[in-house]
Unconditional design. Structure first.
Length: 94
């Protein structure tokens, strides 16, 4: 086999290994950075209206769904479990 071809292949694979390690390092950094953001606190505080009555709550995927009654109106609120932000509010009128 030609020595020049062999040198080219070795240098090419060396460059691929270096790029692979750089991409892997960047990926691990982003993963750890997002992990720190998502797990800042284990406590989420949600405020309901003063005269409301909590009927049910459950967790599906990464959302918490809360159902409560306020003045003969059933209200369902959906929150993101990690950030605590409200995603949707559904009012069931009778």
């Amino acid at each position: 086999m030609n020595i020049k071809l062999l040198k080219f292949i070795v240098i090419f694979f060396g460059i691929l290994i270096v790029f692979g390690i750089i991409i892997l390092t960047i990926g691990i950094y982003h993963k750890l950075n997002n992990f720190k953001k998502n797990n800042n606190s284990n406590i989420i505080t949600l405020k309901l209206a003063k005269d409301s009555k909590l009927e049910d709550f459950y967790i599906i995927n990464d959302n918490i769904i809360i159902k409560y009654k306020l003045n003969n109106t059933d209200i369902i609120k959906i929150y993101d479990l990690f950030s605590g932000n409200q995603i949707k509010k559904i009012e069931l009128l009778k």
